[in-house]
Design a protein around this ligand. Structure first.
Ligand code: CP
Length: 309
């Protein structure tokens, strides 16, 4: 089986069976990451370019490592040191990279929908590494993979997503993926940071964090995106932390074997306490490793032929 599109733009566009294909393929990739020599020839001769218009540690590095572990040639474009600073448009930059033989372009951009524009512009594959407030599909997939790995299933689980849902592309990709795979999702945060049409997304919304955490199998805490706040959406960071921060007392409302997640980077002491971030419930470090496996799976399925690894 193959992915239906040659691009990965969002989990909204992916069918449940395609999502499961990525998660199953990631199992094989994780075994490779665990080896002493992390190298297979699968993508030899293929070229991966990462083009990031916003900062990143996890996503950019894990796509680069994913390519390297499968013997692809990888190039990173930092827009601060590229011709972008001379005024080159996104389309011209992308076409330039394509003409050099790029097979897959991984892009992060502050504008929602920019990756769709890119996919219409170039003939190589495009992977959305986060576009504005829209989607971050590889993060959604690695979160699903981590839940499935730790809980053995996704269907029927109760997942609480806490924080700035409105501005979060991670939340949006999680919502699409979790609901397609049969999880029950509740989102919580200040009412000003909840999506107005949560029900249309198939999820329940509440501004009472305790209500959302009660009986949860999984608690996914989002970063408070200070850089995207237009101002006035919550009184202060201290107030946010007091009202919505996930700490030991709040986490105790969830199931005793709750899985605590965070996409990173964390604002320790703001959206979650260091105590819970470093607790036995936390899968935050595992999520990072799983991010490499899931991105290897995506590259393999887009470029490697789509048969079993
Ligand atoms: N979770 C995530 O996207 O992290 P980075 O911004 O470091 O890539």
């Amino acid at each position: 089986m193959r992915l239906k599109s040659k691009h990965v733009l969002g989990l909204r566009e992916m069918e449940a069976e395609e999502i499961n294909l990525v998660l199953d393929t990631a199992d094989s990739m994780k075994e490779i990451i665990g080896r002493e020599i992390k190298k297979v020839p699968t993508l030899r001769g293929r070229t991966l370019v990462t083009l990031f218009y916003e900062p990143s540690t996890r996503t950019r590095t894990s796509f680069e490592l994913a390519g390297k572990y499968m013997s692809a040639d990888t190039v990173n474009i930092a827009t601060t040191t590229s011709a972008v600073v001379k005024g080159e448009t996104l389309k011209d930059t992308a076409r330039t990279l394509e003409m050099m033989g790029t097979d897959v372009l991984v892009m992060r951009h502050p504008i929602s929908g920019s990756c769709h524009l890119l996919a219409r512009t170039v003939s190589c594959s495009v992977i959305n590494a986060g576009d504005g407030m829209h989607e971050h599909p590889s993060q959604g997939l690695l979160d699903l993979y981590t839940i499935r790995q730790k809980k053995g299933k996704i269907a029927g689980l109760r997942v609480a997503i806490v924080g700035d849902i409105l501005h979060s592309r991670v939340a949006r990709s999680n919502l699409w993926g979790l609901t397609k795979l049969g999880a029950e999702v509740v989102v919580t945060g200040p009412s000003t940071l909840l999506p107005p049409a949560a029900q249309e997304l198939g999820v329940r919304a509440t501004s009472r964090v305790e209500e959302a955490l009660e009986g949860a199998d999984v608690v996914n805490v989002l970063r408070l995106q200070l850089e995207r706040q237009k101002g006035g959406l919550f009184p202060s960071i201290r107030e946010y932390s007091r009202m919505f921060g996930v700490n030991r007392e709040r986490l105790a409302l969830a199931k005793p074997d709750v899985l605590l997640m965070h996409p990173g980077p964390m604002n320790r002491g703001v959206e979650l306490s260091s105590e819970v971030a470093d607790s036995v419930y936390s899968s935050i470090n595992e999520q990072v490793t799983n991010g490499v496996a899931v991105r290897m799976a995506l590259l393999y399925l887009l470029l490697g032929g789509g048969e079993a690894a």
